[in-house]
Ligand binder design. Structure first.
Ligand SMILES: [Zn+2]
Length: 483
């Protein structure tokens, strides 16, 4: 599968016929690049990489290509298979070696019809989407009275039984935060809402979307039934529609809702990870693994989640290859499949490579949108940690601080972390990330080319310096698992 590097000195060759116009519109200006005044003396190699990234649009163009030429790509779908072919072609174009797909299968789930309407007291349609993994209502829908829970905790505290024949509505607002800290707590109702409502006898569940926007877009996302409960359908309402239900309920009205969700499920579908390497010159057996996830939810075109992560990491690899520098360790780029539906590509990778995980010396995923990197975190301890702090110092002028605390390295790195692979993460500003996350509004126009260029500069610096560092990242493998 090895192909020659097509474009070492033609960074814009890869982006298609209208790229020049786009570059004029969006590329960071040279003025801006020259304002950089690093606090420490950067090596000539790092300077070269950072300048190339900050002046270029490598990551931005890759995100544009994926979201335009493939669009939505749900794990297991035919569109995800198209995305794999796109990734193979892109990785070969970049000049990666050993480019190939590693296949696995995933449970089938295909979105069907999705509708919700208030029957009484004030009949009207609502904006809803099924959560991934949800069971279906009958084709004709179900109609029932609403049982309202202001938060997921209120539902958890409710006695067993008592919700027979009801549609449960769980509201609860997610807090906006730069580091996405509000997501975990808000996500409880998405993950466990159907299980807890089913235990209490409910027919179905609607939740306020897990998100921080006030637009009329529902946020989808994966859920799972636990404790062998009867699977009941669950959907997410857009925030303004959840507000609407709360206003009606605050009038003391009894409300009846009609819900129609008809996803199809059962059986297995093909998925896969796409892999490519820059083989190291001195320690080729030692692998630094980076990447993003190739799949997206089906409502938008997966620009911030996770076209951005694919573009940022592949863009960094492109910058490194175009620089002519050759790393001592192997840099492996992975486009993981089926992340959204349960990190299934990540677990497949860990299984497939289980006999070689001891040679994975560092791993990291970009999967938190396209916002600027503001901090570096790592699970690495001891003397090797100091060499990673050198990376941070080389990024300080780009606004990157060192942050204490452990890291998983990103969602798809979790299974590797569990097997002792050291992790590093470039923490991104995700203040607006959950405005778009898993909605139809996750589209390419939301991507800021300057922010992507800053990410690519940080990633190119990180993979280069980590590949050169004369340390053992695994010297003190840790027991505890990140984040
Ligand atoms: Zn993601």
């Amino acid at each position: 599968m090895k192909k020659p590097i097509l474009s070492l000195f033609a960074p814009f060759l890869l982006v298609g016929c209208n790229s020049e116009m786009k570059i004029q519109e969006t590329a960071p200006t040279v003025d801006k690049v020259e304002k950089i005044e690093p606090a420490i003396t950067l090596s000539a190699e790092v300077q070269k990489l950072q300048q190339a990234a900050l002046r270029g649009t490598q990551g931005y163009d890759i995100i544009e290509s994926l979201t335009t030429e493939v669009g939505p790509r749900l794990g297991g779908s035919p569109q995800e298979a198209v995305a794999r072919q796109w990734a193979v072609a892109k990785f070969n174009e970049l000049g990666l070696e050993n480019v190939h797909i590693e296949d696995f299968t995933v449970p089938k789930w295909i979105r069907g019809e999705e509708r919700a309407e208030i029957i009484s007291p004030f009949p009207q349609e609502l904006k809803i989407t099924a959560l991934g993994g949800s069971s279906a209502t009958p084709e004709s829908g179900i109609e029932a009275e609403i049982a309202y829970f202001p938060t997921f905790e209120d539902l958890e505290k409710a006695p067993m039984g008592g919700l027979d024949g009801k549609i449960v509505f769980i509201s609860g607002r997610m807090e906006k935060a730069h580091d996405g800290a509000g997501y975990g707590p808000a996500n409880q109702k998405r993950q466990l809402g159907a299980t807890e409502a089913s235990k209490r006898g409910a027919l179905a569940v609607v939740i306020r979307s897990v998100g921080t926007d006030s637009h009329r877009f529902p946020h989808t996302g994966q859920m799972r039934y636990r404790d062998n409960v009867k699977p009941i359908p669950i959907g997410a309402l857009s925030a303004p529609d959840a507000d609407q239900l709360e206003r009606i309920l605050s009038r003391g009205e009894t409300m009846r809702l009609k819900l129609t969700l008809t996803p199809k499920y059962g059986g297995e579908l093909p998925s896969g990870n796409v892999i490519g390497d820059i083989i190291g010159t001195e320690k080729p057996e030692q692998i630094i693994l980076i990447g993003g996830h190739l799949d997206s939810w089906d409502l938008g075109t997966g620009a911030v989640d996770d076209g951005a992560g694919i573009g940022i990491t592949a863009g960094a690899v492109q910058v490194l290859l175009e620089s002519g520098l050759r790393p001592k360790r192997t840099i492996r780029l992975v486009a993981f499949g089926s992340e959204e539906i349960g990190l299934l590509g990540a677990f497949a990778y860990a299984k497939q490579h289980k006999d070689n995980l001891h040679n994975h010396v560092l791993a990291s995923e970009s999967d938190f949108g396209a916002g600027k990197v503001y901090a570096l975190r790592t699970s690495v301890q001891g003397s090797a940690r100091e060499s990673l702090m050198e990376i941070q110092k080389s990024l300080e002028h780009l606004g990157v601080k060192m942050e204490a605390g452990d890291t998983s390295g990103g969602p798809d790195i979790i299974p590797l972390r569990q097997q002792g692979v050291p992790a590093i993460r470039l923490q991104q500003d995700g203040y607006d990330y959950f405005d778009l996350h898993h909605t139809p509004d996750d589209t390419f126009d939301k991507i800021d080319p300057d922010d992507v260029a800053q990410n690519v500069a940080a990633w190119a610096t990180m993979i280069w310096m980590a590949s050169e560092a004369d340390v053992d990242f695994r010297a003190k493998p840790e027991e505890k698992i990140g984040e």
